[in-house]
Write a protein that binds this ligand. Structure first.
Ligand code: C2E
Ligand code: CA
Ligand code: CA
Length: 584
């Protein structure tokens, strides 16, 4: 029930509704979405284990009594989140309410996360409140929703924070006020072209540190004042947080906007340089055009996306435009977020197997399990297009376990029929490294299917190992103690490959496929590869080369005593039934 509502509200305004939870009057969470867990930095499993799913744990201890009372009193109050929220920006408040007049299902509360410093309501949750009738949905939902949020915040801010309309440092209207003003401006002169600009002052933290906060504040105010003077272009402005500004601008042609903004930014930079004794401040901006169907809120997000796309070089002023390609990327990400659950239950995901060949015997000695997503219209989506998104939203943990279970089921079937089996390797996403039950869960899984652990090989990428080296080393040790095989995937793709060998004992090194790019192998590459193979032998490790595409590569690897190879030259990843045919 709540899912359907959430879906509706997400469709209405995907940018507002990021955090969704439904809870009982006692504060027990009935349902919460991945975003919530991303935000608090715990997985759902940890959340369940440590906090018994109780919402009350989000509330600061000294306010818990009030919280319980509140839940029963139908009032709304702001509660401070405790330090669990430590991976988000400071000063978040969890706003909770029990909007009884709007809710038919008694046990729902809803929650809004508000950043009081910037008055930015980034996370908004909504209850399973019923709409009066279907026709309601045809109204301008977005505006209604915005109104509700503004009201919520106004009604709920404590007195001390009530003077929220103006940013004390720059004198600019705050974000909520900016929305109202921007809308009015656009309504007044609808014939003009409008865009949102998102600007960030690079290295602003440095100013604060070197010259003190007061000087930092002065610079912010100086920038705001300078931009406000550009009345022909800048129609309204707000400071979202720290050194992040948003402007409503008008423009004549799209082609010249970036250039204009860069000029303004340069001007600021130049003035600072003169007035502040050689302090060179660089700005980066992004622009999103306000077309008929874009809300201000999503334009801000889009402009920020555009800004990030050009921020790479922090030494020159830059300004990027929000492009169709970025739009497509966001749409695709939204599609994946919205369809992944259904795709898993509708069996749209399936596992392909790519054989691994012994270079000496040329027999199949293993395989790697690789996920594939076939959409209902028959399109096969390669993992590179969805895995990074699933890693971001946390769903990869479930999908990986789906793969692990499929592999176990496959092996069990063959063992039961006394058919030939080979070790199957599976990919371990970095997300599992924060799950302290991961090893145990894998052990339980193979026990349940009665699979000997040496038939399962865990591939951890070099990057994952380096980024979480302590956890990874411990995890690898545990897996090996329990008889699993472990390999370092994509070996040689990063900068610290050799360091890793020093610290981490694994069974197999899997040479990254970049070593086997198209064309002939260079002498240098050959020297590096044979040295790695030689070194691995001395360390009692096996080496598999992946991405082997040619006869010459295969012969070379055989010559240097590389143990195994995997690649299109031998076989492409294939569905289960084809794989069963080749390993008879
Ligand atoms: P990976 O683990 O490095 O997997 C090897 C990739 O190389 C596979 O791409 C495979 O199809 C491709 N490949 C194999 N031989 C050749 C060759 O000769 N030439 C070329 N050009 N490519 C070859 P795929 O299946 O598209 O997977 C891409 C990546 O997605 C994988 O890289 C892995 O990082 C990730 N992935 C795939 N399945 C899963 C999964 O179940 N869980 C997780 N966490 N990640 C997965
Ligand atoms: Ca792999
Ligand atoms: Ca690999």
């Amino acid at each position: 029930m709540i899912k359907a509502k959430v879906q509706t509200f997400r469709e209405v305004s995907p940018t507002y509704i990021n955090l969704i939870l439904s809870a009982t009057r006692e504060g027990t969470v009935l349902e919460a979405d991945n975003e919530l867990f991303n935000l608090i930095g715990f997985s759902k499993k940890q959340f369940d284990t440590y906090f018994q799913s109780n919402l009350i744990h989000f509330i600061r201890e000294d306010q818990r009594g009030d919280f319980t009372q509140l839940i029963h009193s139908n009032r709304r109050v702001i509660f401070e989140c405790n330090s669990l929220m430590n991976n988000s920006t400071n000063d978040w408040r969890l706003l909770l309410g029990y909007p009884c007049e709007r809710v038919k299902e008694e046990e729902s509360v809803y929650a809004t996360l508000v950043n009081l410093k910037s008055q930015r309501f980034v996370k908004y949750g909504i209850s399973s409140r019923e709409k009066n009738s279907d026709s309601d949905m045809e109204e301008d939902e977005e505006e209604i929703l915005e109104e509700i949020i503004i009201q919520e915040i106004e009604n709920n801010l404590p007195l001390s924070e009530k003077n929220y309309k103006c940013d004390k440092i720059t004198g600019l209207p705050n974000e909520l006020c900016f929305f109202e003003k921007a809308k009015k401006i656009m309504q007044k002169e609808p014939q003009k072209n409008y865009a949102i600009v998102y600007t960030d002052i690079n290295c602003f933290g440095y100013v604060n540190k070197m010259y003190g906060y007061l000087e930092g504040n002065r610079l912010l105010a100086f920038f705001a004042a300078m931009m406000k003077r550009e009345r022909d272009i800048v129609k309204e402005a707000t400071r979202l947080s720290a050194d992040n500004f948003v402007f409503l601008i008008t423009y004549d042609t799209k082609d010249t906007v970036a250039e204009q903004i860069c000029m303004l930014n340069e001007e600021f930079s130049g003035q600072c340089y003169q007035e502040r004794m050689g302090l060179r401040l660089i700005l980066s901006s992004g622009v999103a055009f306000l077309e008929e169907d874009t809300s201000i809120m999503s334009a801000i997000d889009n402009a920020n996306t555009a800004r990030k796309s050009v921020k790479g070089n922090s030494l020159i002023t830059s300004c990027g435009l929000f492009t169709e390609e970025m739009q497509q990327r966001i749409l695709w990400e939204t599609y994946v977020n919205q369809h992944m659950e259904a795709a898993l239950s509708n069996k749209e995901f399936c596992v392909y197997y790519q054989p691994k060949i012994s270079l000496q015997t040329e027999r199949i000695v293993g395989a790697e399990a690789l996920i594939r997503w076939t959409t209902p219209d028959g399109e096969i989506i390669p993992p590179v297009r969805f895995i990074p998104i699933l890693e971001k939203n946390g769903f990869i943990e479930r999908l990986d376990f789906f793969v692990y279970e499929e592999v176990c089921r496959f092996l069990r079937g063959r063992i039961a029929k006394k058919q030939n089996v080979v070790p199957i390797s599976v990919n371990v996403s970095g997300a599992h490294l924060t799950d302290s039950y991961f090893v145990q869960n894998i052990i339980s899984l193979v026990r349940r299917y009665e699979i000997p652990s040496y038939l399962i090989e865990l591939e951890l990428t070099e990057t994952v190992c380096i980024e979480n080296s302590e956890v990874a080393i411990d995890m690898v040790r545990q897996f090996r103690e329990h008889g699993f095989l472990v390999s370092i995937d994509d070996f040689g793709s990063g900068f610290s490959s050799l360091n890793l060998l020093k610290d981490m004992e694994t069974d197999i090194i899997k040479l990254d496929r970049q070593f086997f790019r198209e064309g002939e192998m260079h002498k240098e590459e050959q020297i590096i590869i044979s040295s790695i193979v030689h070194m691995a032998k001395k360390l009692n490790m096996k080496v598999i080369s992946e991405g082997v595409e040619t006869h010459a590569q295969s012969e070379f690897l055989k010559g240097i005593m590389c143990d195994m190879a995997q690649g299109y030259y031998f076989a492409k990843p294939m569905p289960l039934d084809s794989f069963e045919e080749v390993i008879v």
